[in-house]
Design a protein around this ligand. Structure first.
Ligand SMILES: CC(C)(COP(=O)(O)OP(=O)(O)OC[C@H]1O[C@@H](n2cnc3c(N)ncnc32)[C@H](O)[C@@H]1OP(=O)(O)O)[C@@H](O)C(=O)NCCC(=O)NCCS
Length: 390
């Protein structure tokens, strides 16, 4: 008998040992990890009464179409070596999806170490985490005379949180962060980050969080772990801060897509943009997820999706999505569907990672060309990207 349950005090130590071995880190590091996640969010998986694996759930949100959709992040998925290769991991993830559905999650996102494991539970590749690296000599070091750069003691300032939240809301795939992500940024497992605010006469216009650390035993590098701006001049001021490390640092790097604000300020091609991770998303609750994301306010449309789902039977039926004024309403529908697809194809459509038309060309969705083109339009947006690992 296989069971997924919240880890109890008694077996938290065994799970800490199991996960630290699975991820090759010191067992002591599991304690702060579990505490950061909250003990209720550490789940254990038993096979025939023995602890076989576990995972961590992180409730937060993820922005699509300008709205924060309730999203549960998944981390720390591990199975003990003696249980591997017999379907325990698959069974645990399929159970986890059903548990998330019962708890009311709309979507779930994770960074996969191996894709098939999660595909079997209904996750699918749906967005990128991209890294940009540049020599600080190639950055514009010109200071913005109208702005002041000031070190911050922490990241708790309400104005900073508000600025980050408006910055993130505009960007498909960016997180609506909870305490887990903020703590991870403020106090990462390795290194001591510095925080800098960029202020104008009206107050905060941007901030940057960075680490300056040794690289190759001699040179150094600057790693930007977080940055957000409200104005173009604040972005230029942050670039100037990064350029000021050029006497020692061989490179500056940050996570962000080629279209992100900082990368867009680079003057020439002397930088590298690398896809570091392709994250996966699971539409846990189809009607909730479709109703929770935002849509283009200028579109008025109605479309029926027939969704197949071999893990969550409540999702598997036809749903009519009616969009008006940027908001989607979802109702069960008994008519002929316009577009038919598996929940695994709905994930990249939902995030705007793939269009319905290209999914259909790959045999992953069915519908007539006009219905597919309408679905393309409904979910179109800036390419979905995340900057935070969890
Ligand atoms: C990844 C892991 C959780 C899989 O557990 P498991 O019980 O062996 O998984 P399953 O038996 O259900 O295998 C499902 C699929 O996952 C993939 N998979 C399983 N173990 C794998 C491994 N060690 N390496 C790469 N892929 C693996 C395979 O595609 C497998 O399907 P297949 O056996 O038909 O090829 C387990 O190997 C583990 O704990 N690894 C170390 C930690 C880790 O990598 N966690 C994932 C972080 S995102």
């Amino acid at each position: 008998m296989d069971t997924l349950r919240t880890a109890t005090g008694a077996d938290r130590e065994a799970l800490a040992s199991l996960l630290s071995h699975a991820f090759a880190f010191e067992p002591e590091l599991s304690v702060p990890w579990f505490e950061r996640a909250g003990h209720d969010h550490v789940w254990a998986f038993d096979v025939d009464g023995a602890l076989a694996g576990g995972l961590i759930v992180i409730p937060m949100g993820q922005h699509f179409g300008g709205r924060a959709v309730p999203m549960t992040g998944i981390a720390g998925v591990g199975v003990a070596p003696e249980f591997r290769g017999r379907g325990a991991g698959t069974c645990m993830m399929r159970e986890a999806v059903r548990a998330l559905h019962r708890e009311g999650a709309a979507i779930s996102t994770l960074y996969p170490a191996t894709v098939p494991l999660y595909e079997r539970a209904g996750w699918a590749r749906a967005g990128l985490l991209v890294g940009t690296a540049v020599r600080p000599h190639d950055l514009d070091a010109t200071h913005e005379p109208s702005l002041r750069v000031r070190p911050l003691a922490d990241l708790d300032d309400p104005a900073l949180r508000a600025l980050q939240s408006s910055h993130a809301r505009l960007r498909n795939g960016s997180l609506a962060r909870g305490p887990y992500i903020w703590t991870r940024l403020a106090k990462p497992m390795k290194g001591a980050p510095r925080y800098f605010a960029v202020e104008g006469s009206e107050g905060l216009e941007g901030y940057v969080v960075l680490l300056h650390q040794e690289r190759d035993g001699h040179d150094t590098e600057v790693i930007v772990t977080d940055a957000a701006v409200a104005t173009p001049r604040a972005a230029r001021a942050i670039v100037a801060v990064l350029a000021s490390y050029r006497s020692l640092a061989q490179q500056v790097r940050w996570t962000g897509a080629p279209h992100d604000t900082l990368t867009q300020l680079l003057r020439d091609r002397m930088h590298t943009v690398t896809v570091r991770e392709v994250w996966m998303l699971r539409v846990v609750d189809v009607p909730r997820a479709l109703a929770a994301r935002g849509y283009n306010p200028h579109l008025r449309a109605s479309i029926a999706f027939a969704v197949a789902d071999d893990v969550v039977p409540e999702n598997a039926r036809t749903w009519r999505l009616t969009v008006e004024g940027g908001v989607g309403a979802v109702t069960p529908d008994d008519g002929t569907p316009d577009v038919s697809l598996d929940v695994r194809a709905l994930a990249p459509l939902y995030t705007g990672f793939r269009s319905a038309t290209t999914l259909a060309a790959a045999g992953l969705a069915q519908g007539d060309p006009a219905a597919l083109a309408l679905a393309d339009l409904l979910f179109a947006g800036e390419s979905p990207a995340m900057i935070e690992m969890f």
